[in-house]
Design a protein around this ligand. Structure first.
Ligand code: ATP
Ligand code: MG
Length: 392
């Protein structure tokens, strides 16, 4: 199983510019998580901080018991071997063919024989759909193939944690779907912990188990996908629907005058025309036929059902509705039973409780202050009462 990554109070600035502060979240082992956020909110800085390429000012990032913020260079070097990283452009060496590119980490970090290296490289090229392309130079292949080659290289050291920065940049929507499918298939095959950074709405809605969002220098939310997909937090709703109307503007944030102006324009019929306004929990992408089931998905389901009663009502509803009838029986839940309500004449029998009440461990370990789960910095007054409940 992939490693768990526990991040607590992580803060990063460059000089006087704070990029984000007090980021606290846990990447559950073997699950696929995605971090969203408008351009410039520090998503790439976050990934680089997680592998120790950038040094946070304070906070912890604990992997297998080692805090990579404060550990020695030697420890950091060891911990880095747990990571596979797919950079935005694939970051391949232009003068090396794909075979040598993918073999590079093995030659650099292991003492494996060339025969063994050949076996591993060809296997990873096969997994990523690049069989037969091993002699090609990066300049001779398409952007999608370069991405896949970057993923093949990220996989050779059998990583426990895979970080992916903007997998869709430079890819058409179809190829983006293919690479998303590949992430889930690889996750099923090696059970690694994934963190994908993206601003692709479609990918965000359909691929990860967990979603987080950075905005205005803070982590707005992090939790099971259903929490963000059903959230009424203005910034999350705006982002997941790609709308102009909302707190996010062209230059990161808007002032209240601009928001009021845009609201008035929208009411006068000059709102967004392209927005699909998809709401609720859309089905999650499944692994390809023939690929084993994702152990991480199964663990996540158990985990989410344990913390179900701590989640916002909309999320509870979305989760229960997305279960098969057998799963609903297994977890002893029924649709429309999550929100507390007065029994009406239609109730012919007592509805079972969603889950047993009482403190349960959530993925943030221990009791997470409610305001760390669902908040928009500086906008507590805009929040509906149901936000801020529950763990992630
Ligand atoms: N090495 C650095 N030195 C100084 N400032 C930096 C450095 N790296 C990033 N920044 C700044 O940190 C901020 C966040 O950058 P980052 O690249 O993480 O954004 P992002 O969320 O990944 O954006 P995008 O979606 O456009 O990729 C930016 O203002 C950027 O200028
Ligand atoms: Mg970036």
């Amino acid at each position: 199983m992939g490693a768990e990554v526990v991040i607590e109070g992580l803060t990063k600035s460059f000089g006087k510019q704070t990029i984000w502060r007090d980021v606290t979240l846990t990447l559950p082992p073997g699950e696929v998580s995605a971090m969203l956020g408008p351009s410039g909110t520090g998503k790439s800085v976050f990934l680089k901080s997680m592998i120790g390429l950038l040094k946070p000012d304070r906070g912890r990032c604990v992997i297998n018991g080692v805090d990579i913020v404060t550990c020695s260079e030697h420890k950091l070097y060891e911990i880095r071997k747990l990571f596979g990283v797919l950079f935005q452009d694939g970051a391949l060496f232009g003068s090396m063919n794909l075979f040598d590119n993918v073999a590079f980490p093995l030659r650099e970090h292991t003492k494996k024989s060339e025969t063994e290296i050949r076996r591993i490289v060809l296997e990873k090229l096969e997994i990523t759909g690049l069989a037969g392309a091993d002699k090609k130079l990066p300049g001779e292949i398409s952007g999608g193939m370069r991405k896949r080659a970057g993923l093949a290289r990220a996989l050779v050291l059998d990583p426990e944690i895979i970080l992916v920065d903007e997998p869709d940049s430079g890819l058409d929507p179809v190829r983006t779907t293919y690479i998303s499918q590949l992430f889930l298939d690889v996750n099923a095959q090696i059970d690694a912990t994934f963190l994908i950074v993206s601003h692709n709405i479609n990918l965000a809605r359909t691929v990860p188990d967990n979603l987080g969002m950075l905005f205005r220098k803070e982590l707005v939310m992090f939790g099971p996908r259903e929490v963000l997909l059903t959230s009424e937090e203005p910034v999350v709703e705006q982002f997941l629907n790609g709308r102009k109307l909302g707190p996010i503007g062209m230059s990161e944030e808007k002032d209240s005058a601009q928001m009021a102006r845009e609201q008035a324009e929208a009411e006068a019929g000059h709102g967004d025309v392209l927005n699909e306004d998809v709401r609720g929990v859309v089905p999650q992408m499944q692994v390809s036929p023939g690929v084993p089931e994702r152990a991480g998905a199964k663990r996540r389901m158990d985990r989410v059902m344990r913390i179900l009663h701590t989640l916002p009502a909309n999320a509870q509803e979305g989760i229960i509705e997305s279960l098969t009838p057998e799963q609903q029986r297994h977890y002893n839940v029924r649709p429309h039973a999550s929100a507390p309500r007065q029994p009406g004449p239609e109730d012919t029998q007592q509805l079972p409780p969603v889950t047993s009440p009482g403190p349960v461990p959530n993925q943030h370990q221990g009791q997470l202050p409610a305001d760390q789960v669902a908040r928009i910095p500086g906008a507590a007054d805009r929040r509906s009462p149901r936000h801020g409940q529950g763990g992630a």
